[in-house]
Design a protein around this ligand. Structure first.
Ligand code: NDP
Length: 248
């Protein structure tokens, strides 16, 4: 589905980002595997990408830093000569109730989860427009951005902001056949959710109509589809991948 395409996946050193990188490689894409802290994990993703018969390269960049994002895009262009797909997946949590939330906890989540996507989208825009061959931007939002979450005001605000960014970018870029969509995963089994207490997990599980937590691969399948030519007439949408948790 992605033969000959070049994709940048931010935060691809583990979890959902790794699953997306591998799924894209399996579909024929060359993948730029971004990370910021865990280089050895990013190299494990590269091994998995190569095992899926794909080509990949590991590039360190902090998405919260606009100049890092420009360097990330420049490296992708130097190595693969073009960019077709950007997946804004990098994300962090710094949970706390608002009454106790420090400004740093608020700001770091906004900087990484929301400004990070803005920085990367801005950096890919010029090459995408210059190439005149369309393109795909896919943003990782969350059910928490749609429904809110106690103790997660920073994360919810960033993920809700990503939906507004997605729709605005979709309108700005549609005339150039660049589609921009978001996915809103529910509870997916990764390091990010491994910190949840068992009783909270079992409460959440009871609310999921499909009766299980999601896997990174469940998200990757939808992202690959949105990145493909098969999704050419879909833009500005938020696709829930949550086992039916939030039905709108
Ligand atoms: P993980 O915590 O497992 O992985 C996060 C990834 O983001 C890592 O590869 C990490 O790289 C990278 N990262 C963090 N900060 C930065 C940064 N500043 N610059 C570049 N990369 C960075 O998260 P998940 O796989 O669970 O989540 C992936 C995305 O999906 C996130 O945006 C998350 O909010 C979203 N999501 C997750 C859900 C879930 O249930 N897991 C539900 C809904 C949405 P490194 O290790 O090198 O720092």
């Amino acid at each position: 589905m992605l033969h000959g395409k070049v994709a940048i996946v931010t935060g691809a050193s583990r979890g959902i980002g790794r699953a997306i990188a591998v799924a894209m490689a399996r579909e024929g894409a060359s993948v730029v595997i971004n990370f910021t802290a865990n280089e050895s994990a990013a190299h494990e993703t590269l091994v998995a990408v190569e095992a899926a018969s794909g080509q990949g390269v590991v590039v360190r960049a902090d998405v919260a830093d606009a100049s890092d994002c420009e360097k990330l895009v420049r490296t992708a262009l130097d190595i693969f000569g073009k960019i077709d797909i950007l997946v804004n997946n990098a994300g962090i949590t710094r949970d706390n109730i608002v009454a106790r939330m420090k400004l740093e906890e608020w700001q770091s989540v906004i900087d990484t989860n929301l400004s990070g996507a803005f920085n990367c989208a801005k950096a890919v825009m010029r090459p995408l427009l210059k190439q005149k061959s369309g393109g795909r931007i896919i943003n990782l939002s969350s059910v928490i951005g749609q429904a809110g979450g106690a103790g997660q005001a920073n994360y919810a605000a960033a993920k809700a902001g990503l939906i507004g960014l997605t729709k605005s970018l979709a309108k700005e870029l549609a005339s150039r056949q660049i589609t921009v969509n978001a996915v809103a995963p529910g509870y997916i089994e990764t390091e990010m959710t491994s910190v949840l207490l068992e009783d909270i997990k079992s409460d959440i599980l009871k609310q999921i109509p499909l009766g299980r937590f999601g896997l990174p691969e469940d998200v990757a399948e939808a992202v690959v589809f949105l990145a493909s030519e098969r999704a050419a007439y879909i833009t500005g949408q938020v696709i829930a991948i949550d086992g039916g948790l939030v039905m709108q």
